[in-house]
Structure formats: structure tokens, C-alpha cells
Design a protein around this ligand. Sequence first.
Ligand code: SF4
Ligand code: SF4
Length: 295
Amino acid sequence: MNFDACEVIALNGLPSEQQQRFSDWLQKGYSAQMSYLRRFADKRADPRLMLRDGAKTAVIVLFSYNTKWQQPQRLPQVSRYAYGMDYHELLKKKLWALLKILQQENPKLRGRTFTDSAPLQERYWAATAGLGWIGKNGMLINKQLGSYVYIGTLLLNAEVEVAPPVQVKNCCGTCTRCIEACPTQAIVDNALVDARKCWSYKTIEAHTCEKNAASDENFGQPKYIFGCDICQNACPWNKKAAVVQHDEMQILPLLQTLTHEDWLAMSAEDFEKNFEHSAIKRATLEGIKRNVSKQ
Ligand code: SF4
Ligand code: SF4
């Protein structure tokens, strides 16, 4: 399964200050048109409700995508997390395999796997488990791995005896590089990102989330056609992060060759075929073409 880090914690409800922080973020409109973030507030506040018979334990894993691969700079850029296989598929498969192994020991064990797909505050829980801290850019930062990591969670219906997690000190210190690097001033406060200004939202989610709402097309000239890595690239913790060799994260060969013209000429059938197992499909071809045409 080769995860890069793993911690196990006993689950509790989300502390009230963390709930308040999230609802303030929503109240201020920073979630833009991602209305799905307002759903399942009960489960978000208490992840124990995610399993029918009550989740008691969370196994939280990190899987790095800090690989050696890099798109040529002359080509339209895609955020690094989408270079390889779709992380939703990948992490879920790995966590499922882990559950199967645990079930060999305890056949009554039940579990559910999550990665960026449910009302679970994954970064908060990963930090709570001692896997890192939440940086000023809102990302989880692990001292060894940096922030180019996927977070996966396996919730279990059984209690497991584990030592209390050792919290990792926030090591951002006086650094403000991510805030200064952000081209749209989307980092509005410590670990608070206004999605309405963030290219990561604008180039991926906005196209579908704003279909039926007033769409703010005025988001400048994005440097990426899918996502944005600028604040993470600026982070000193990523400069010293371990480079991993995960075959699953090997860059899709097409991303090494597709030009602006190629993207604009791509048919819906080709897009589907090319990105069937890629996170890029979330942005839709129409959305990507819009982003390409803005560059
Ligand atoms: S992802 Fe890009 S636009 Fe969003 S906060 Fe980071 S640097 Fe700014
Ligand atoms: S760039 Fe600096 S302030 Fe921003 S997340 Fe990294 S260490 Fe923290």
C-alpha cells in the first residue's frame, strides 16, 4: 500500500472553535458557489455519524505526489496533484486494501474510505493526528513531505487502543511567502483562503458550481489551466520535502505534449478517453477550454 505517513486516532466531534471557524468562512462567502460545502453539517461537525453504527477510529494516511515529474513550462500548466492517476480512485483503492487486511484480524470490522469526497475536515483531522500543521495557505504541511500530499481517511467502527497523538508545532513562523506569492490575494488571513479569488477554485469548480449562478468570469489570466500550485511552490517546506517515486503518480504522457491549440481542438470523446482516470475530468472540457482561452 506504500503510504508515506499514517496515524491512528480515536474519533471525537469537531471542537466548537473549529466548527465556528468553518461557519465563519462560509458566512463570509469565501466558499464561493460550492454549495455542497453547506450540506451534511451534522456529519461535518461529528464524523462519528459517518458510519451507521458509529465511527470510533480514524486511520489517516498521507500519500505524496512530490515526484520528479514536471510539465514543460511552455505548455498549459496543470496542478501537480493531477499529473497522475485520479487520487480519489487511487487512495480509496489503497485504503480499501488496508481495510481488507484489518478485517482478516477482525471480520466484524466495518469501515468507510474517504479522500476529498465527504464532509470530513481532512486537513484538520490530519493535523490533529500529528501528521503536520495547517500552513498560512490553508494546506496541511508535513515536516518531511511538505504539502504536496493527498490525505486519505479510513473510518472504522471499532475502538483501537492508541496513544494520544503528538501534535506538531506550527512551523510557519514569521514566513509569509505564500501570501506574497499569491497572484490574486486569495489568502485573506492565516489559513483562510477566499475561494472567490483563488485560481484553484476558479479553474476547476467554478465552471460547474456557477452554472446556475452569477458567474464571475473576471478572474484575470490564470497561470494554470487546472488548479494552481503557486502558493505551495513558494513554501520553503516544499523545497526541502522528500521527492517520492510513486509509479501511480507518473505524469500522463499527454501532459508533456498538449499545447494550447491541442486543448482547444480536443473533442469531448477524446477528453473522456484521455482523462477517464484523471482528476482533470472534474473541470470538464468546456471549463478547461475556457481557462486555456484566458491565457
Ligand atoms: S492556489 Fe493560487 S490563487 Fe489560490 S491561494 Fe494559492 S496561489 Fe493563490
Ligand atoms: S510559505 Fe511560509 S507561511 Fe506559507 S505555508 Fe509555507 S511556511 Fe507557512
